[in-house]
Ligand binder design. Structure first.
Ligand code: ADP
Length: 306
């Protein structure tokens, strides 16, 4: 086998009380990535989409991750990469992570699975470093492991795959630009102890609720006293989105990644659809273009195309 195609789905990171550590994988939207092994030590990238992303391998996160892998092997071969991107860059649902994880997952399949999941994440993290300036794995972990993941530590990597009950995500992506640097700069430098205690209590409760399938506890623990109050002003109608989603029956939710996408979790697909209608009504009045996705949680993350 010297060619493989993988589907690399979007991921939600910064899950409410789990800033910089808790994430989950969606079934869709996803990028499609085809990789071919070539005899020359090179990485060649082409894009079949309209996002205007760089194709130079040291500028595209897929190339950066693959170069890290080839370097570790001291390889005498390379890869040709074709990317059809469906996750808009900068949407806050792990666009760069989908490309870097999709690329290294595909390469690993061509190499007979010689790398562990953590090694793949280490390679992909070089891409995240280039895209955002920090080594973080909170989108990469759910992309590679699937489901809900907790990154206890990024360096060295310590990732925990969490058990979870059936859940459906509704995600609205307002077509506005939020620069990651701006979303970082707005965060408080110091956190009151009272808020910190409340957030880590919520995170512990959230993880327990996932394991027990306790939807009521899950709903109560989706509360964030630190990041959301600082960032929500970047997203038009954030409070209305949240209030109306809860009124439609959603369990809770918040800002996806560093925005502008907003996600809500629901117990059933029907409630996820009602949540979508509620979001649609609110955003129709804003004049801001938007997309809404409804997806179950992907238990696998990146996967081989059939
Ligand atoms: P998101 O907010 O959706 O997670 P990111 O902020 O992770 O998006 O990544 C977007 C940044 O990464 C953009 O600056 C984009 O130009 C850069 N980038 C480089 N290569 C890729 C790629 N293959 N896919 C997506 N983004 C890429």
């Amino acid at each position: 086998m010297d060619q493989v195609t993988v589907l690399a789905p979007a991921t939600v990171a910064n899950v409410v009380c789990g800033f910089d550590c808790l994430g989950f994988a969606l079934e869709e939207p996803f990028d499609e990535i085809t990789l071919r092994k070539i005899d020359k030590r090179d990485v060649r990238i082409s894009h079949h989409d309209d996002f205007g992303l760089p194709t130079h391998p040291t500028k595209n996160v897929a190339g950066i991750a693959l170069i890290a892998m080839l370097d570790s092997l001291n390889a005498d071969f390379g890869f040709e990469v074709e990317i059809t991107k469906r996750i808009k860059p900068g949407s806050g649902i792990g666009s760069s992570a989908a490309s870097s994880c999709g690329a290294v997952f595909a390469a690993n399949s061509l190499l007979g699975g010689r790398f562990s999941s953590n090694e793949l994440i280490d390679f992909a993290m070089e891409g995240e470093l280039a895209a955002s300036g920090t080594k973080h794995a909170d989108n990469l972990a759910p992309s590679i492991f699937g489901g809900f993941t907790l990154v206890r530590s990024a360096e060295p990597l310590d990732i925990i795959s969490l058990e979870f009950p059936p859940l459906f995500a509704t995600i609205i992506h307002p077509q506005i630009e939020i620069k990651t640097a701006e979303a970082r700069a707005i965060l408080p430098k110091d956190v009151p102890l009272r808020a910190a205690v409340r957030n880590w209590s919520n995170l512990g409760a959230f993880v327990a609720a996932l394991a027990k399938g306790d939807y009521y506890l899950l709903s109560r623990s989706m509360e964030d006293l630190i990041i959301e109050p600082a960032r929500k002003s970047l997203i038009p109608k954030f409070d209305e989105l949240k209030a109306e989603s809860l009124a439609a029956g959603a369990l809770g939710g918040g800002i996806s990644g560093s925005g502008p996408s907003v996600f809500m979790l629901s117990e059933t697909i029907e409630i996820a659809q009602s949540t979508s209608s509620a979001m649609h009504s609110i955003y129709s009045t804003t004049g801001v273009d938007f997309n809404i996705y409804i997806s179950s949680i992907s238990p696998t993350g990146v996967r081989l195309a059939q």
